[in-house]
Structure formats: C-alpha cells, structure tokens
Design a protein around this ligand. Structure first.
Ligand code: COA
Length: 208
C-alpha cells in the first residue's frame, strides 16, 4: 500500500504522502496532493488519527495538537487548502466539497475562564525555551471540545470557519466567508457570521 513519509521532529509526528507507510493513517485509493500534511503533536502509539475512504482528493492540513482527536473522511471528497484541527472528532461524509482557506476546529484551544488561561503563554514560553514544541506541555483540562459532522453532499465555500459541536446537514451549502457556530439544516444555503440559513434548496435539486 502506498502510504506516507513519516518523520518525527522533537517528538511530533509529521506525515507527508507518498511512499513508506504510516500506522497513524488508514486510507483507501484516495489522492493526496504534495502539500497535504498530517501533524500529530504527542502521538499515541498505534492510534489511528486519520481515516480516508476512496476516490478523495486532499490538499489540506490535518493537525492533532495533543494525543487525542480523530478525523474521518468518507468517499469522493475534495478538500482544498483548508485546515482540520482536532482533539475530539471531525467527520466528513461522502461527496463533500471544501474550498480553500476554510478551518474546522473542534475545540476552543483555550479556556474562556481567564483564571484557567493565565498560565498558557508562560507554559508555551517554557516549552519553547527548553527546545520542545511550544504547546507540548499545554494543559487541555479546561478547554471545551465537541465533535463536528459534515453531511454527505455538503459544500463548504472559501474562507469559512466551522466551530466545535456543529453539524452541517446533508447537501447544505455554506457561503464564502461564513462562521458556522450552530447546526445548519440539510439542503439549505447558509451564510454570514454567525451563519444563518439564506434559503432552502428546492426538492428537485436534492439528491434522492
Ligand atoms: C452561497 C452561494 C453559492 C449562494 O449563491 P446564490 O444562490 O447565487 O445566492 P445569491 O447571490 O442569490 O444570494 C442570496 C442571498 O444570500 C446572501 N449571501 C450570499 N452569499 C453569502 C455569504 N457567503 N455570506 C452571507 N450572505 C450571503 C446574499 O447577500 C443574498 O442576500 P439578499 O437576498 O438579502 O440580497 C454564493 O453566495 C457563494 O458564497 N459562493 C462562493 C462559493 C465558493 O466559496 N466557491 C469557492 C470554490 S469551491
């Protein structure tokens, strides 16, 4: 099976396609562009972080900032130069299109309580100064996360942000530059910040 060149830099796993094999990825016969990148900070031995089905084209960056997280991509998906950042779970169905510049983020990265956040920068500096990756000893205890799900046949436009806990329904379209903070119903067009439904897709244009 064609796999990935995997190398470790300061304990961080970096995987790029093309030859070699990675036990962190399961994939079908999908195509990975040269710029595709998988990064796992603090990889857990034998954990599968990324599962990709058949006939996808992937030009994205997939980042796991701690040992946790999971990204599942179905069949026949196209994901352009977007970023998928997980420490919970991000799932794409089949026949999903994602334009360039979008970001899927299944956690908040920091606590919304300042008292839980006040040491974050100091820790980053300590890690950096001791030659580690700058968030290697980050505390994730008070960081909220929730899974993201993108339904079959959905289309995410250019420069969108999809935040934690969001489900985008089957066949939904997210307009360019939208920030999606809440679920979007199936077969609707949504847009804006925060994204709201703009219109419904007529029955005859839906996948039967
Ligand atoms: C979402 C989209 C496909 C909808 O196109 P459309 O059906 O022709 O929509 P319209 O232009 O008729 O707009 C309908 C309404 O939605 C609004 N709207 C459209 N796109 C919007 C967006 N991205 N964010 C917020 N509102 C948007 C329009 O202002 C309009 O509002 P109004 O009725 O109050 O005037 C299109 O606007 C879009 O975002 N295209 C970019 C797709 C993209 O990113 N492609 C990259 C390559 S994959």
């Amino acid at each position: 099976m064609i796999g990935f060149i995997v190398r470790k830099v300061k304990g961080i796993l970096l995987a790029r396609h093309i030859s070699g094999a990675s036990k962190y990825i399961i994939r079908g016969n999908s195509h990975f562009f040269e710029s595709f990148r998988l990064t796992v900070i603090k990889p857990v031995q034998d954990k599968i972080y990324l599962k990709v089905g058949d006939d996808c084209i992937l030009d994205c960056k997939v980042l796991f900032e701690s040992g946790t997280g999971e990204v599942i991509i179905g069949n026949r998906c196209y994901i352009g130069t977007s970023s998928i950042i997980s420490r919970n779970k991000i799932e794409f169905g089949n026949d999903v299109m994602v334009a360039m510049g979008s970001v899927f983020y299944d956690h908040d990265s920091h606590s919304i309580n300042y008292l839980n956040r006040e040491d974050d920068i100091t820790r980053q500096l300590e890690d950096h100064r001791s030659g580690k990756f700058f968030i290697e000893n980050k505390s994730w205890n008070n960081v909220t996360s929730s899974p993201i799900k993108i339904g079959n046949n959905a289309w995410i436009g250019i420069n969108c942000i999809i935040l934690k806990g969001v489900t985008i329904g089957e066949g939904a379209i997210i307009g360019a530059g939208s920030v999606v903070t809440r679920d979007i119903p199936a077969w609707t067009v949504a847009g804006g910040n925060p994204a709201k439904v703009i219109k419904e897709i007529p029955d005859e244009r839906r996948r039967k």
